[in-house]
Write a protein that binds this ligand. Structure first.
Ligand code: COA
Length: 401
């Protein structure tokens, strides 16, 4: 059969019949049973599935996940992308590239300034303007490595099993803390069940810690059956606290859980308060993977993200963007009182590619580094001013999507 040009592919929501095809395609692309993929599709919700098809026959598909992401103390709408898969007999014809171009247009039209994903193949996403914007890390430790420092008793703190009734307070605590961590997600109906419910047949458990003011911390985890040993593995899926005492109590809980535990896996970061509050965190930490973002609405992003209240100034940008030409061209960014204003015009002093914009505007990469990579060009003083505007802790998150 002669391959069709990918530009002739139609894009949209799958029909009920195409949905079954998409499940089969995903199961094959990801090498997992189609029952698991059905679960994934149910979690995404039918209305957020997208396919490209030719005469009704699906060539590729994915799922969209509307969420938010914190930058500069504010939450911006983020459209997550997951489950990108292309039919095995249609690979390397630009199908995924075509699909992603459609997704970026739709994301912009729906008012989302950012698209984000974890990539199996960076080159695929980079060619349509995604760039690295943060990372996930995993600490691996044995229970004795927690040490005797962790607390069993913290005065007035009370630790008990988490119930469904705790969920609103858990979500409120997480979202309040997430504002202080660039890159943290504003989670929705897709993410929370992955952290707190049954997944791949393994239930999650949780504990909550209360003080006089209410919920002070929580921790969710799954116990994975032993493999080749009688001890099992604990996967921490989420943890959050607002005081050192609450963090110590959660560490104490993890230590006490450990009599039958071979190892604990903790998604963290070098600047995660859970990691930093440990007096001697000498356990192994590896960078697991980075996530990528694509700016789909430069105005929405630079007006919507927060800036340091002490930073004031302006910078003229020129954005080069072939995939979303609507946002290409000259812009002037003015920042004052923690707020950014963007308007058309200016001298185009600082020239950015779409990838450069993604890495700089999220605060992940400085402009001189992006200049070394060919994604930013301009005088040093303009770069220094622009970098001061977006500077902050390196973006990270605990979860994957
Ligand atoms: C990854 C996948 C979606 C790519 O689909 P595709 O339609 O073949 O991709 P495209 O033809 O648009 O390729 C675009 C670019 O991506 C990169 N790419 C695609 N497939 C690749 C592969 N197998 N190995 C290395 N690079 C690859 C190349 O840079 C390619 O450009 P080129 O062909 O000019 O070299 C497809 O291989 C797939 O379904 N894989 C299994 C599931 C998966 O990995 N999904 C992605 C999860 S984020």
């Amino acid at each position: 059969m002669t391959p069709h040009a990918p530009s002739s592919l139609d894009y949209g929501l799958p029909t009920e019949d195409q949905r079954a095809e998409q499940v089969a395609l995903l199961a094959h692309a990801f090498g997992i049973p189609s029952s698991t993929d059905t679960m994934w599709i149910d979690a995404i919700g039918h209305e957020e599935l997208r396919v490209v098809h030719e005469g009704g026959e699906i060539w590729g598909g994915l799922g969209l996940i509307p969420m938010g992401q914190s930058f500069g103390g504010r939450v911006l709408p983020l459209m997550g992308v997951a489950g990108v898969g292309v039919r095995s007999d249609r690979l390397r014809r630009g199908v995924a590239t075509t699909l992603m171009r459609h997704v970026l247009q739709e994301t912009r039209e729906r008012g989302f300034p950012l698209s984000g994903l974890y990539a199996s193949t960076w080159s695929l996403y980079r060619r349509v303007g995604y760039e690295c914007a943060g990372a996930r890390y995993l600490a691996t430790l044995t229970p004795p490595e927690i040490g005797t420092w962790a607390a069993r008793d913290e005065g007035s703190l009370r630790l008990c099993q988490a119930t469904v009734d705790d969920r609103p307070a858990v979500e409120a605590l997480y979202h309040a803390q997430a504002l202080h961590h660039p890159g943290h997600l504003q989670r929705g109906r897709y993410i929370w069940p992955r952290l707190r419910d049954l997944r791949f047949g393994i239930p999650a458990h949780g504990v909550v810690v209360h003080d006089e003011e209410g919920l002070a911390g929580y921790l969710y985890y799954r116990k994975h059956p032993p493999q080749g040993s009688f001890r099992h593995r604990v996967e921490v899926t989420d943890a959050c606290a607002r005081s050192p005492a609450a963090w110590r109590r959660l560490w104490g809980f993890l230590a006490d859980l450990g009599t039958m535990v071979e190892r604990i896996e903790l998604p963290t970061a070098p600047h995660d308060p859970m990691y930093l509050c440990h007096p001697d965190p000498r356990f192994r930490m590896e960078q697991l993977e980075s996530w990528l973002v694509r700016v789909t609405d430069v105005e929405g992003l630079l007006r919507g993200r927060g800036y340091g209240p002490g930073v004031a100034g302006s910078v003229d940008l020129h954005l080069h963007d072939e995939v979303l030409p609507q946002q290409a061209g000259d812009w002037r960014l003015e920042v004052e009182g923690g707020q950014g204003r963007l308007r058309r015009g200016g001298a185009g002093t600082l020239r950015l590619s779409a990838r450069g914009l993604a890495a700089w505007a999220t605060g992940f990469c400085s402009l001189p580094v992006l200049a070394q990579l060919g994604h930013a060009h301009g005088p040093g003083d303009a770069m220094a001013r622009a970098d001061a505007m977006t500077a902050g802790p390196s973006p990270w998150m605990r979860e994957m999507f």
